[in-house]
Design a protein around this ligand. Structure first.
Ligand code: CFM
Length: 580
């Protein structure tokens, strides 16, 4: 298969604001995706598949229920709470109250990477703890079993804290996990707290993020007021250390002289979280999963927050400069500039080499609630174009920018999730900047609590698709055949069977790190390998085998190239080995 037979983009204009000239106009691709749906489904999906306008982002249907029968990429509320936000805290015991499958699938020991800092540091993440509910508990209630599990966990490990997560059946039968936790806390003398994060609680894992933020805020933040000795101390919120990303960010900031008090939540301890309200600034990587926490800490303790992105060399440099500007210290700013110059120089050759090989190639990204946006910066670094992107579960503000917040209608599903009423702490609220300093920053163009969203940074008339279905993904590939698709395990093999390389951006296919400068260079090299490999030439896609499909797609059916002798020899040897 040769891509040249059906290139997705006819012309790439120099001006980043100008639309790409696509071989098949985006309107046509959208119509082809919607065509197969029954009227009611189509009406809903029409609001979720849009043509982008970066100047005036169109209103997208987001954070709504997936239509039953559609194959979605989404996960559940429990996954967002226990799996994503709280899972990485490595020295508290996480007990899943529910059937064993929920605990097992959120074990995530390969995801939550931990590097103990000091002798004797504990890491419980290698253990998977669950109450393993059975039919008898479903019928007669599971509270006793939960209380016993908490006692047993404490007896075995003597942790500083224990957290309990409710799964769907727990909510359905009405176990009161919070009262069990309160009793256990009094009995054991440690912090024990629960999360009502039943899988069905919201329309996706996004609801679980909100529930997790509320719980961490109520039960952990602010419990230790030990003064922070670091002058330039920040928290990195919404960074989950996938593939070691948080370690790259930590090391880079340390080189600049900036101390990370806590990363919520990646390789982080209970003590770091209980004390992180003493930092000077909150920086937010993944806006979707943790904007609630940033807001609540600002109101209660006076810590302002800014949006950052450490994915992509240019984006990382911009974020470092923004942090330095916040602190307003000349020596710090100079150090940051020196670090940027040094790091950029170290990856320049790699970036240029890869750029020469990838320039003009295309990507499509469908991931979670922030990466489908952030990774566009990495592709931009190497001259690749994002022709389509979308989130699994993000809200309108992640697409259109935070200025739409007052205009978002709160539906019954969102109302289901508690909004904490937070007030300034009577003794601990302490604004980090004086009004005069804030005014100066504002005059210099500095903005707090700002997130422009994905659409403002994507090309005009590219396709933005919320909660993409398998059917739509297949159509997208048939029509555009992007050089790479970034997605997750639910699509990976469907995409690859269609002859398009797929990079998982949730697990990184167990590679990475991709954050900061060294991480960016890793990503460039990996994308180069993916989009320039000859491997895909040896796959015969369906339209090469079917003249009818080829006619429909207006491509010329050609037989697949025979593999070189060495490859055939290897295949023969492998087959013989299997037979033997
Ligand atoms: Fe935030 Fe995430 Fe993401 Fe997310 Fe996730 Fe994730 Fe993600 Mo998978 S918190 S929204 S719920 S950046 S697990 S670390 S990769 S879907 S884009």
């Amino acid at each position: 298969m040769t891509r040249e037979s059906n290139p997705p983009v006819k012309h790439i204009p120099q001006d980043p604001a100008a639309p790409l000239e696509l071989a098949v106009p985006a309107e046509q691709a959208r119509a082809a995706m919607l065509e197969a749906y029954p009227a009611k489904t189509r009406k809903k999906r029409e609001k979720q598949i849009l043509l982008n306008d970066p100047d005036k982002p169109p209103e997208i249907g987001a954070n709504t229920r997936t239509i039953p029968g559609i194959i979605t990429q989404r996960g559940c509320t429990y996954a967002g709470c226990r799996g994503v936000v709280i899972g990485p805290i490595h020295d508290i015991l996480h007990i899943t109250h529910g059937p064993i499958g929920c605990g097992f699938y959120s074990w995530l020991s390969r995801r939550n990477l931990v590097r103990p800092r000091n002798e004797g540091d504990t890491n419980y993440l290698q253990y998977c703890m669950s109450t393993d509910m059975q039919e008898s508990e479903i019928i007669f209630g599971g509270e006793k079993k939960l209380a016993a599990a908490i006692r047993e966990g404490y007896a075995l490990f003597k942790p500083k804290a224990i957290s309990v997560y409710a799964t769907c059946p727990v909510g359905l039968i009405g176990d009161d996990i919070h009262s069990v936790c309160r009793t256990a806390s009094e009995e054991l003398g440690i912090n024990v707290f629960g999360f009502s994060c039943e899988g069905y609680k919201g329309v996706s894992q996004s609801a679980g993020h909100h529930i997790a933020n509320n719980g961490v805020f109520k039960h952990m933040i602010g419990r230790d007021d030990t003064p922070n000795p670091h002058r330039f101390s920040i928290n990195v919120l919404g960074e989950y250390n996938i593939g070691g990303d948080a370690w790259e960010i930590d090391a880079l900031l340390a080189k600049c002289g900036i101390h990370v008090s806590a990363t919520l939540s990646g390789d982080v301890t209970y003590d770091q979280i209980t004390n992180c309200h003493t930092a000077q600034l909150n920086t937010v990587m993944c806006h979707r999963s943790i904007n609630y926490m940033a807001e609540m800490m600002d109101v209660k303790f006076g810590i302002p927050w800014i949006k950052v992105n450490f994915l992509g060399a240019e984006a990382t440099a911009k974020s470092l400069r923004k942090i330095a500007q916040y602190f307003g210290d000349e020596a710090l700013a100079a150090r940051v500039e020196a670090v940027i110059a040094e790091e950029m120089a170290a990856i320049r050759a790699t970036r240029e080499k890869v750029r020469a090989r990838c320039q003009g190639k295309t990507a499509a990204l469908f991931v979670g609630g922030s990466r489908a946006h952030h990774y566009q910066d990495l592709f931009r670094d190497i001259g690749m174009e994002t022709i389509s992107a979308g989130y699994e579960f993000a809200h309108r503000d992640d697409y259109e920018g935070r200025d739409v917040l007052p205009r978002i209608r709160i539906d019954a599903d969102s109302r289901n999730i508690e909004e904490l009423q937070v007030e300034p702490d009577p003794t601990r609220f302490q604004p980090r900047k004086s009004p005069a300093e804030l005014e100066r920053l504002k005059d210099a163009g500095f903005s707090f609590k700002d997130y422009d969203g994905m659409m403002r940074e994507m090309r005009r008339r590219t396709l933005v698709i919320d909660d993409i279905s398998h059917h739509e993904m297949e159509k997208l590939i048939e029509i555009y055949r992007p050089d790479v698709i970034c997605s997750g395990i639910k699509d990976k093999f469907v995409v690859e069977k269609m002859g398009v390389p797929c990079k998982q951006l949730h697990s990184y296919d167990y590679a990475g790190p991709y954050a900061a400068f060294t991480g960016a260079a890793n990503f460039y090299l990996e994308i180069d390998r993916l989009v320039n490999t000859k491997l895909w030439q040896y796959a015969t896609p369906p339209w090469k085998r079917s003249p009818q499909l080829a006619a429909r797609l207006a491509v010329t059916p050609k037989p697949a190239k025979p593999a070189p002798e060495a490859t055939r020899r290897y295949a023969r040897a492998a087959a013989e080995a299997v037979e033997a």
